[in-house]
Write a protein that binds this ligand. Structure first.
Ligand code: UT7
Length: 331
């Protein structure tokens, strides 16, 4: 039986650190508000001229090195992002060219903060179907360019950061490791709760003349609605994953949840009856890096020596769409 294993992982964040105090000089906010409402203390922002695929390139090189593979060993690329370099072509194509991976297939996944788990599940399906053996699965975001740094955007801007992480997902005949189970969900009825309406293809021209004035070029969010649904959906998908996969909750070594708000993750842990220390977190230092957040935390957990071969991990994602997802894997 073929299983999909994470054969290599790497991450990259831009060097510039933006603290809560830095943001409070630009808008009406405070370190106390941001820290107490979200758990975030700082985040990283990329400098002008750096693109999302540039961040992904750095992370991908580290993942390939970790896997002991070169770009020419890859069969396919799946790139999850909500902040692509351009509307088209997709970032998978840019990354493929920058890596020099040859004319392999490359595609983007546009499911926001659940994007990495959608991409991972797609890679798993390709591998278990016997189509590919080595797939580069990337989650990367350059969100500092799409945030409104005026007071109007303060409920969103203080939360998000830039970063990238990549995994090499490979076919393995080792039955004791790999992806065991995944669930993917969406409910488009809540699309307007977290969105960026930068264009409207039904209009001619598709970008309005008053785009700067209307704020349509920035991320917008109904924070309390997203918060409520995130807690409900993450609890439900984790519970279903445990029941339907037939594992015991106590056998899970760590939960690697999306990093949107520390209060969300603590509430989910409490509802599931999990000790909070099982729910890993790095939100304090990076904020919400959307599609990058789960693999970024996974990479840091791995590189800090906390993971042993065979550890059972539950990955959980929730984001705009709404979309939400889970993956259960043996490291
Ligand atoms: O990646 C997945 C998607 N993202 C999420 O999962 C985020 C989900 N939502 C949240 O994390 C929270 O809703 C927030 C952190 C965004 C906001 O926390 P909250 O406790 O839900 O606050 P709120 O939106 O109800 O706002 C409370 C007050 C409001 O003022 P009034 O109306 O009570 O006077 C806001 O205007 O806080 C105000 N506020 C701020 N004050 C200082 C909103 N943003 C800020 C800010 N600094 N940055």
């Amino acid at each position: 039986m073929v299983r999909s294993v994470i054969a290599g992982i790497g991450s990259y964040v831009p060097t510039e650190v933006v603290t809560n105090d830095d943001l409070s000089k630009l808008m009406d906010t405070s370190d106390e508000w941001i820290r107490s409402r979200s758990g975030i203390e700082e985040r990283h922002h990329a400098p002008e001229g750096v693109s999302c695929s540039d961040l992904a390139l750095e992370a991908s090189r580290k993942a390939l090195e970790d896997a002991g593979l070169s770009p020419s060993d890859l069969d396919f690329i799946i790139f999850a992002t909500l902040s692509p370099d351009q509307n088209f072509p997709g970032n998978g194509c840019y990354l493929q060219a920058e890596l020099g991976a040859g004319p392999i297939g490359a595609m983007d996944v546009r499911t926001q903060c659940s994007g990495f788990l959608y991409a991972l599940t797609t890679a798993d399906a390709f591998i278990r179907a016997g189509i590919y053996r080595n797939i580069l699965v990337v989650g990367a975001e350059l969100q500092s360019s799409i945030l409104d740094f005026s007071n109007r955007g303060r409920n969103v801007t203080v939360l998000f950061g830039d970063g990238a992480a990549a995994t090499v997902v490979s076919a393995s005949e080792d039955a004791d490791r790999g992806i065991l189970y995944s669930e993917l969900h969406a409910d488009g009825n809540f699309a307007s709760c977290l969105q960026m309406r930068v264009w409207d293809i039904s209009r001619k021209p598709y970008i309005s003349r008053d785009i700067f004035k209307s704020g349509a070029m920035w991320m917008e969010m109904d924070g309390p609605a997203v918060f409520k649904h995130a807690v409900m959906s993450l609890t439900e998908v984790a519970d279903n994953t445990i029941k339907r996969s037939g594992i015991k909750a106590e056998d899970i070594k760590y939960v690697i949840p999306h990093q949107a708000n520390q209060r969300i993750n603590l509430m989910v842990a409490e509802r599931l009856g999990f000790p909070p220390e099982k729910f890993l977190s790095n939100i304090r230092k990076y904020g919400n890096t959307s599609a990058a957040s789960i693999p970024l935390l996974l990479d840091q957990t791995y590189r800090s020596g906390m993971l042993e071969r065979g550890d059972l991990l539950l990955l959980l994602g929730f984001g705009s769409g709404f979309t939400w997802a889970s993956t259960l894997l043996r490291w």
